[in-house]
Structures are given as C-alpha cells and as structure tokens.
Write a new protein. Structure first.
Length: 375
C-alpha cells in the first residue's frame, strides 16, 4: 500500500510529494483527454511551485501498448528525469509504471510479464488517478498490450506499488456519463473478484466489502450528474478501497477474459467487465455461495427467506439491473465482439495471471460457455 493523499484539490500536493521523494526533474505521464480536461495544468503548476523541472509524455491509447512505454522511456532518459508522475486513468498509470520498469531495468516490457520479475528498484512514483476506476494508483499491477503477440500482458510486482497515490475527487467532474459508468463497473468488478478470490484475507475483505456498498449506493447518482460532489467523492473512495483489495487478493476470470479480448480488439476494459461480470459470477457461484450471498446483502438486497444460492443469484440480478440503469453495454456483440472470436480468446484467457485466483476451476470450454452467454 502506498502513502495515500485523498481529498478535493489534492492534485496541488503532487509537486511537494515529488520533492519529498528526492526528485529534481520529473516525467509527467498523461493523455490528451486529461490535458483537455485541464488537470495536467494543475499538476504543472504544482511542480513549478515546488521548483521541479518537468517534461510531459502523452502518447497513450485506451489499451496502452508496449511501444508507447518504450517511447516514454526514451523521453525519460533523454531528459535525464529522476521520478515519474502519472496523471490519468488506468492506461496512463500502467504506462507510467512500465516506463519506470524500463528506465532502471532495461530490456523490453515483455521481459517482465508475470509475477515478481523486476530485479532493480524503480524511480520514485507519484500517481494521481482521475477516473475512480482502475485503482492502478495503489496497485502492484501494470497491464500492457504486446502488439506483436496481440495480447495484454499482466505484470505483477510489489515494485509497482507507487510511493504516493493522490486521489482528487474533483477530477471526476469532467468525466462523461459513459466513462463514469464504465469505470464504476470496473471498480465493482475489482471489489467482487477480490472478495471471492482464493487469495482473499480479512484485510482485503474490509476494503472489498466497503467498495461494493459504496458503488451500489453511489454509481447511479454519479453517472446521472457530473456535479454530484458527494457521489463523486464516494466513488473515488470506492475505487481506492477496491484497488487496495485487488492489489493484495488479485482478481479472477472477469479480468482474465477482458484482458484477453482487450489485447486483440480495441474495446474499453470497463465495458467488457460490465458485460462479463454477471456471467462469471453465475459460473463462480457454486464455488463459494456464502460469499455471493454476502455480496447481495452489501448491494442492499433483501434476502430474507432465500437459500444461500438464491440469495447469491439475487445479487447477480442486482448487478445486471445496475448495469442497465446506467447505460452500460449489455452484450459483447454491442462492442463488435463476434462468435468466431470465442475459441481463440478462451485459450488466451487461461494464460492470464488473474485466472490463478478465480474461486472455481475453469477450462477453455467453460470460458467459451461464458462468452457465448455474454455474446
């Protein structure tokens, strides 16, 4: 877990945070959307006030690519930077982490795919999340597309946990309703997959349960209004707690499958999770019905008189309704996914590190069945 600075206008703490870590010249990693929203301006002002030199890198796509990390590393080295600031959503922060890996460890980012393959300490990392979605600003994950193999690489290492995470709920006020819905359902997926993970602990349970309840109570109003400050604040907190939960308990089949699809096709990660989540929950229900019953309660469902399995199913129906209410995609086909893609994606998904902690044993045929139902 990194040091966390949470609250309105906390972006103003970026420069001072870098100074505390000994930085003199920082690479600010961001994307054009965050720049247009005006948040990078605040970060630059904070760096200037702290007396920091800086350079920006914003060549980042929705599903961040290995070659973008390599280009960012070249900018870092050419300008003799000594720390990295990430300002944006999961794609930005994943690339910022990948640049940090290459800056000190060298090689290609594919060399670090898997668990604990980073040997040399990274530069100081200050990450400012702006989407209340990925939780990357507090996690030990970086997910990068290998364009040559057309797959998402999951890199997991405690080295990737940022030194300082800055979460400013005001940044959520510039998000569209679609992005709010997509990232919010990603938060819910993180929390649920962490809660039913075979690596869940009492500590991760606290964060996961709180995140589930916060999303259930706040995602609808947050999607409905850019100006609902209370809902935005609570969704930022939900994202933080879900990030702490999944960083330590890891994830499951939803993320393994969405990573497999996202590595091949340009589809939004949160949208994929929104469609896949209830179908994977139905598959996993048998493995731990009590946990799924508890999820239904956390979502606010009245489960009096229901069996454990019935209660778990009611929670799944709640998530389907929530997804529909906020306008999230309901079928993979709405995003351009086609039946002929199923077999290949099923094989790729089984290789993803997130599949290891899924609560129910899963085969390629099982993944095919989930994708057929979600199509």
């Amino acid at each position: 877990m990194p040091e966390v600075i949470f609250g309105d206008y906390s972006l103003k703490q970026v420069g001072e945070s870098c100074i505390r870590l000994g930085a003199q010249k920082v690479l600010i990693v961001t994307d054009t959307g965050v720049i247009r929203a005006g948040w990078v301006e605040h970060v630059i002002e904070s760096c200037q006030e702290a007396g920091l030199s800086y350079v920006c890198f914003d060549d980042i796509s929705t599903n961040p690519k290995a070659e973008q990390a390599e280009r960012g590393t070249a900018v870092y080295r050419e300008n003799q930077c000594d720390a990295i600031i990430g300002v944006g959503g999961g794609s930005v922060i994943d690339i910022a982490k990948a640049i940090a890996i290459l800056a000190t460890n060298g090689g290609r980012i594919s060399d670090y795919e898997g668990v604990d393959r980073i040997d040399i300490p990274l530069p100081p990392l200050v990450m400012a999340g702006t989407t209340a979605g990925s939780g990357a600003e507090v996690s030990q994950f970086s997910v990068i597309v290998d364009s040559e193999r057309m797959k998402k690489m999951t890199i997991i290492s405690k080295s990737l946990v940022p030194d300082i995470a800055i979460i400013d709920p005001i940044t959520l006020s510039t998000k569209s309703s679609h992005l709010t819905a997509s990232t919010g359902l990603d938060v819910l997926t993180h929390a649920i997959e962490a809660y039913v993970s075979i690596a869940a602990t009492q500590m991760t349970d606290v964060f996961a349960k709180n995140a589930i309840a916060l999303v259930s109570n706040n995602l609808r109003p947050s999607t409905a209004s850019q100006l609902n400050a209370k809902a935005k604040n609570n969704m930022a907190m939900a994202s933080l707690h879900a990030g702490l939960a999944f960083s330590n308990a890891i994830l499951g089949a939803v993320h393994a499958i969405s990573h497999a699809i996202g590595g091949r096709y340009p589809m939004m990660h949160g949208d994929l999770n929104a469609v896949l989540l209830p179908h994977v929950m139905e598959f996993n229900l048998l493995a731990n019905p009590t946990r799924f019953k508890e999820i239904a309660e956390l979502l606010g469902e009245n489960i009096t008189g229901l069996s454990t399995m019935e209660a778990g199913q009611k929670g799944i129906e709640h998530i389907k309704q929530l997804s529909f209410d906020i306008g999230a995609p309901q079928r993979l086909s709405e995003m351009g996914f086609e039946e002929h893609m199923i077999k290949e994606i099923s094989q790729i998904a089984l290789q993803d590190a997130c599949m290891i902690t899924n609560p129910r044993d899963i085969t390629a045929q099982d993944v095919e069945g989930i994708l057929q139902k979600a199509l």
